[in-house]
Design a protein around this ligand. Structure first.
Ligand code: COA
Length: 182
């Protein structure tokens, strides 16, 4: 589910080291690389077979509001995404569900430099400007240490934990107000 009616795409967003922008046809190979990586897939349900991805990924992948490609020195290193959460899923902070949910995936060669936190903070700032006052949620396996650490660095706080897909899931929330009060 995408973010529906938000103004999209924004102008590319520049951080200290990175650029966040909408996806383009030239990103397809890097994104297939990302989704086919067994390391990337470890805590998110596994990698997808490369031949399946070659068939299924559209010419311009990830073309929806809230899907940002992350560039470092003009090369794609991953994605940061904001999507409407399926209200049927476990965990909620709005009475009707359907919260915006943050996701971040980087190619393993780019791990360990703080890029995920830097990119996700910029995506959250964009979201707070675009949809003022709305919370953002995040689900990650508690076993996914680096993802848990990124969530904490961004200011997400725990709402609940639950078992799903054979693993313990951490469900956290972020709001611009909570961040300002920290
Ligand atoms: C999760 C992910 C995006 C993190 O990217 P990253 O750029 O390496 O993250 P950062 O460098 O911003 O931060 C990583 C932090 O986790 C810490 N960390 C790394 N491995 C860890 C582990 N096993 N346990 C606890 N903390 C760990 C690092 O020390 C760092 O913390 P610090 O900044 O306080 O030193 C990346 O590992 C990834 O793409 N993983 C696969 C996809 C995925 O699981 N995404 C999350 C889906 S919810």
């Amino acid at each position: 589910m995408d973010l529906g009616t938000v103004a999209w795409p924004p102008a590319p967003i520049t951080t200290e080291r990175l650029v966040l922008r909408e996806s383009e046809a030239r990103d397809r190979a890097a994104l297939i690389e990302l989704f086919a990586s067994p390391e990337v897939g470890t805590y998110i349900g596994g990698a997808r077979p490369r031949d399946e991805l070659e068939r299924a990924v559209p010419e311009i992948p990830g073309r929806r509001p809230g899907f940002f490609v992350i560039e470092l020195d003009a090369a794609v290193i991953g994605v940061v995404t904001l999507d409407r959460r399926d209200p049927e899923r476990l965990g909620r902070v709005l009475p009707q569900g359907g919260e915006a949910e943050l996701g971040y995936l980087l190619l393993p060669s780019a791990w360990g430099h703080g890029y995920a936190a830097e990119a996700a903070a910029a995506a959250l700032a964009w979201f707070a400007r675009t949809v003022p006052g709305e919370p953002v949620v995040l689900t990650t396996q508690t076993a996914n240490g680096s993802s848990m650490r990124v969530a904490a660095k961004l200011g997400f706080t725990e709402v609940s934990r639950f078992e799903q897909y054979g693993a313990e899931q951490w469900f956290g929330a972020w709001s611009p107000q909570a961040l300002a009060a920290r």
